[in-house]
Design a protein around this ligand. Structure first.
Ligand SMILES: [Zn+2]
Length: 65
């Protein structure tokens, strides 16, 4: 028996009526990635993995220097 109630969220059925976010090729690995923001022109775009990797590297570089 379950204790308490399971909260059931009603998920609205989304139809692709809205225009989907455009895919941008990751500047590092080239994988198409969806951004939650519109990228600035001229700035490199990274996917989540590459962004995290670069952020981590930058962090270590900073601590090393
Ligand atoms: Zn990438």
């Amino acid at each position: 028996m379950f204790k308490g109630h399971r909260i059931v969220y009603k998920r609205p059925k989304r139809r692709f009526t809205r225009t989907p976010r455009p895919l941008h090729a990751c500047d590092d690995c080239g994988k198409p990635t969806r951004l939650p923001f519109s990228p600035n022109k001229g700035l490199p775009v990274y996917c989540k993995a590459c962004f995290a990797r670069r952020a981590a590297r930058r962090h270590t570089d900073r601590t090393a220097a």
